[in-house]
Design a binder for this molecule. Structure first.
Ligand code: ATP
Ligand code: MG
Length: 593
């Protein structure tokens, strides 16, 4: 491909509204352009990388017998009403009407459509299991589209769905897909981790997310340094830190500490003074949060969460423990009216019509302080088991880096940032039951199919690869997804000998199966061409110039190591083959953990 004809404009300056490296570099390298918030044009170089990644995904899924199909982007409301998600999905679902007043949406995901396809085509257990996937544009009206392709509104996803006769078979397929995902991300040479993730109200270990590790990642991950336990912090089990000791328990002393006008847990603890205490240790104070939860049947309930003063609440755990579909913090004004106290002085004692959850790190704890539900005052001597009748103890706090892993009891948690590039999820019969996707078993009995679903963010992954592979000069593409593999720079396009050698090399490399971008643009200094080549970041840069040819040599430079080799033009193909083989070997070694 001749660069003079390529649709590309590189930028020297970093665009102002680009806030992560991948977005900055993709915009500077002329790969993407913003059309509207969270909506991008994929220009030819970006599209080549996207297609290569899609191909890797296809190859690995087809090895496991998955079938590719393509579903429409526009989906009728009726299907979403059947599954119950039309009213539930929220504003990310972009809804609109056609000219006849029919309700439609742009597909953010395709559980409903695939379930409809399968219920209309599959009848017998003999046709199962079946695993279907598509690679397609999705639309989610994200509240804050940002980070370029990483959180767009329109993006490309691989979404796959499997159908089974029973749970055991769905579980088997879950691990088949889990391993396929490991192969897919290993082929990119990126550092990634499968992590246990929150599966909402369903609970249990029904889902793993795959994360590319990068400082810019939106998710916090904790990983044990001794065992395999790695999880999204939303889900990470926190050690119980059992508080039971031989401390003598006082009775509950109401309104014992008075800290007028003092806000903040730390400041209040420091101000709690009496004859025996010159301030309280944070671990002897407690925090309190009020939530309103909504259940699947649309009923609601108030939940009060009690935690140790130095711990953070994990709202996802609270929501899952009570089995709610939705949860919101009680608005401050409402909470103040409800408890009768200003923020900082609310507490669990004596509240009516509230289910109290106490973090299990406080199980056995005595002599705690808690808000007195009277502004400026705290009770002292709280023993949750004694003073909060009917309360439940549960793991509802955030685990933190450095804590002992409760799974193995040996290692400590290490923290990482991750970009969620894929997820495998066991759906069970949520959709097949509500939408009547059933099969007949060997006895002719009807049963709902058990489903799994499996997503990969195609465009997000391409951006995530860059988040892990760049330097001050630009992108460093791993071989398998580089838009082109060799950037052939013709430093003196006006010189006929240089031109002849460069054109010959382009042809020879292409004949050997390599993808070459030939920079034969006129009127540019070698420096400008080198700068562009570094920015675009193809794995190998070949240069042909008048100076080198006088000595009978051309050059080949490795983008990552910057190592340069000089040799006769006729050795170019062999040198590129050697370099490719070395890079692929290094990539295999670097990939995965
Ligand atoms: P997130 O938690 O990041 O919003 P999600 O869990 O809602 O994502 P899924 O429904 O699991 O997303 O979609 C499958 C994959 O699609 C995700 O793992 C992610 O890689 C990708 N994806 C989801 N939302 C976006 C987005 N707004 N922009 C780009 N890719 C996305
Ligand atoms: Mg997800």
């Amino acid at each position: 491909m001749k660069q003079s004809k390529l649709l590309i404009q590189t930028l020297r300056e970093t665009p102002k509204d680009a806030d992560v490296v991948s977005q900055q570099l993709m915009m500077r390298a002329g790969m993407i352009m913003k059309l509207a918030a969270g909506i991008y044009d994929y220009l030819p170089l970006a599209f080549r990388s996207i297609r290569k990644f899609e191909q890797i995904v296809r190859e690995e899924l087809e090895k496991d017998g998955c079938q590719e199909l393509l579903m429409p982007t526009v989906q009728p409301a009726e299907l979403w009403q059947e599954s119950g998600r039309w009213s539930f999905y929220g504003k990310e679902l972009l809804r609109f009407q056609d000219r006849k007043g029919g309700d439609f949406c742009l597909g953010p995901t395709h559980e409903e459509v695939i379930t409809d396809i399968v219920r209309r085509n599959v009848r017998s257990y003999k046709q199962l299991p079946m695993n279907l996937f598509q690679i397609q544009g999705k639309f989610r009206d994200e509240i804050r589209p940002r980070f370029g392709l990483m959180r767009g509104r329109e993006f490309t996803m691989k979404d796959g769905y499997s159908f089974h006769v029973d749970d055991a078979d769905a579980d088997r397929e879950y691990w088949v897909m889990f391993n396929a995902y490991k192969r897919i991300f290993s082929r990119l040479g990126v550092k990634f981790r499968p992590v246990e993730a929150d599966s909402g109200a369903i609970g249990g270990s029904f889902t793993h997310e795959f994360h590319v590790l990068a400082g810019s990642g939106e998710d916090a991950i904790l990983s044990c340094d001794a065992c395999d336990y790695t999880s999204n912090i939303e889900k990470t089990e926190a050690p119980a830190l059992c508080a039971a000791g031989d401390e003598k328990a006082f009775e509950l002393k109401r309104d014992h500490f008075c800290t007028p006008g003092v806000v903040g847990q730390v400041e209040q603890a420091a101000g709690m003074k009496d004859a025996e205490h010159d301030g309280m240790p944070l671990a002897h104070t407690s925090k309190f949060f009020l939530y309103r939860v909504t259940f699947a049947d649309e009923s609601t309930k108030l939940i009060g969460a009690v935690l140790r003063g130095d711990h953070e609440v994990n709202p996802v755990k609270v929501k899952n423990f009570v089995g709610a579909m939705d949860m919101e913090m009680m608005p401050l004004e409402e909470a103040e009216t409800f408890t009768g106290a200003k923020s900082g002085f609310m507490g669990p004692v004596g509240l009516k019509n509230v289910q109290i959850l106490v973090d299990r790190s406080l199980q056995g704890a005595v002599n705690l302080t808690c808000g007195a539900n009277r502004t400026d005052y705290h009770h002292f001597g709280l023993d949750p088991a004694r003073d909060l009748p009917g309360c439940a103890f549960a793991d509802i706090r955030m685990a933190v880096e450095g804590e002992l892993c409760p799974r193995c009891g040996k290692g400590r948690y290490q923290a990482f940032r991750g970009i969620e590039v894929g997820q495998v999820f066991k759906l069970g019969i949520k959709y097949s039951k509500s939408m009547g996707c059933t099969y007949l078993d060997a006895e002719g009995k009807e049963a709902p199919m058990v489903m799994g679903c499996y997503g990969i963010g195609i465009t997000r992954t391409v951006a995530a690869i860059i988040e892990q592979n760049y330097d001050a000069d630009g992108i460093i593409w791993p071989w398998p997804v580089a838009p082109y593999q060799v950037h052939l720079l013709n430093l003196d396009p006006a010189n006929s000998e240089v031109n002849e050698v460069a054109t010959k090399l382009e042809k020879a490399l292409e004949a050997a199966g390599f993808e070459v971008l030939h920079d034969e643009r006129e009127g540019l200094s070698p420096g400008a061409k080198f700068k562009d080549a570094d920015l675009l970041g193809f794995p190998l840069r070949a240069t042909v110039g008048a100076k080198g040819l006088k000595e009978g040599i051309v050059e080949l430079r490795d983008r990552r190591t910057k190592e340069v080799r000089k040799f006769k033009p006729e050795h170019m193909v062999a040198e590129v083959i050697t370099a490719r083989d070395r890079m692929m070997l290094e990539l295999q070694e670097a990939g995965g953990r």
